[in-house]
Design a protein around this ligand. Structure first.
Ligand code: PHE
Length: 350
């Protein structure tokens, strides 16, 4: 009787080996596994027959059937591992990377002319000991106008067509608001040396004006600041940003927050002062507004004008970039046209 079972063991294993030879995929293997170990499988049926065997033979025959089950399971597991390994090998082979192939070219971004100028300005003033500050773009009427000696109803408000959000709040029309905030925060501390580049807003929209544009403001407060200091500072700035040969000219002007006020022109850096289309044949280009901080402004922001003096200047960043890089329309600065931006990738623009 045991002999029959041992014979059966060999038969089953032979048949299984043949079946496994034909197995190519995990799905094939599932079918083979079911044929031997499934509910109606060959090995399962053998075990079920155990109950018909005389009790004294059950031990030895049970052991043979267990051996059969172990052998069958081992062979199937081996095949399973083999299939998985082959799959992995195939996958690795398919995904093989040839590191000797040339790579795809990565397109490098370029610096926006606006940021390029802003960084140049910041570098220059930081090297002269200035702090770089920022202030809120949504500003109160008080900081944007009143603290800068522009009371309600002052006519200069008309020249800075503003976006009001409610009666007291507007999108700031000038970075001069940061002058007031900075003085207030430092009351009677000196010196103050700061610049503040940032976004400003006015209701304008044409080739040279945008409703949103960049300005930067400069402010120095100390006990003995003079107009000559302002002149020297702006000369350094003009030469650094626009070239060593740049000449600077001061014209009397008016701003409510400075007294005296000046308009600062630079010699045309395109024609060198001879006259061309950029300078409209005058040889000069208007660069910025500036002046000595008005006593009323010092007073409204906590400084005693008898003890402290200051100078301030402010200009459009876009305007500077447009002049420097010969950009004809301010709207190009904000439309993110890749063809426009790409031009600033060139080294010679540095
Ligand atoms: N805020 C002025 C403007 O927007 C510029 C300015 C700043 C003038 C500081 C004088 C002093 O036109």
């Amino acid at each position: 009787m045991e002999k029959d079972y041992e014979k059966r063991n060999i038969e089953i294993l032979d048949e299984l080996k043949k079946d496994l030879d034909g197995v190519k995929t995990s799905n094939d293997l599932v079918l083979v596994k079911a044929k031997y170990l499934g509910k109606e499988g060959i090995v399962t049926l053998l075990s079920k027959k155990m109950k018909d065997i005389e009790p004294e033979k059950r031990g030895s025959i049970g052991k043979i059937i267990n051996d059969i089950r172990t052998n069958v399971t081992t062979l199937i597991e081996e095949k399973d591992n083999y299939i998985k390994e082959e799959l992995l090998k195939k996958k690795l082979n398919d995904e093989k990377i040839d590191i000797t192939l040339p790579s795809k070219k990565l397109r490098r971004g370029s610096m926006h002319p606006f940021n390029r100028i802003t960084e140049e300005i910041e570098d220059l003033f930081v090297s002269m000991g200035y702090d770089v500050l920022s202030g809120p773009e949504l500003e109160t009427d008080e900081y944007c106008f009143q603290r800068l000696n522009i009371p309600l109803g002052h006519p200069v408000r008309d020249t800075q067509d503003s976006f009001y959000v409610d009666v007291d709040h507007l999108l700031r029309t000038q970075t001069s608001s940061v002058q007031a905030r900075c003085m207030e925060a430092n009351v009677e501390k000196s010196p103050i040396r700061m610049i503040c580049p940032g976004k400003t807003y006015r209701r304008d929209d044409d080739a040279t004006h945008s409703h949103q544009f960049g300005q930067f403001e400069g402010l120095v407060i100390d006990k003995d600041v003079t107009l000559a200091n302002l002149k020297g500072t702006l000369e350094v700035m003009a030469k650094t940003l626009l070239g060593e040969k740049t000449k600077v000219r001061f014209r009397p002007s008016f701003f409510p927050f400075t007294e005296p006020s000046v308009e600062v022109d630079v010699s045309c850096f395109k024609c060198g002062g001879k006259g061309c289309s950029l300078c409209k044949n005058t040889g000069w280009i208007e660069l910025l507004g500036a002046g000595m901080v008005h006593p009323n402004v010092l007073r409204s922001n906590g400084y005693d004008p008898e003890k402290y003096k200051g100078f301030a200047f402010g200009t459009g960043i876009d305007r500077l970039a447009m002049m420097k890089y010969n950009i004809p329309d301010i709207r190009l600065m904000y439309t993110n046209d890749i063809r426009f931006l790409k031009q600033f990738d060139r080294k010679e623009l540095k």
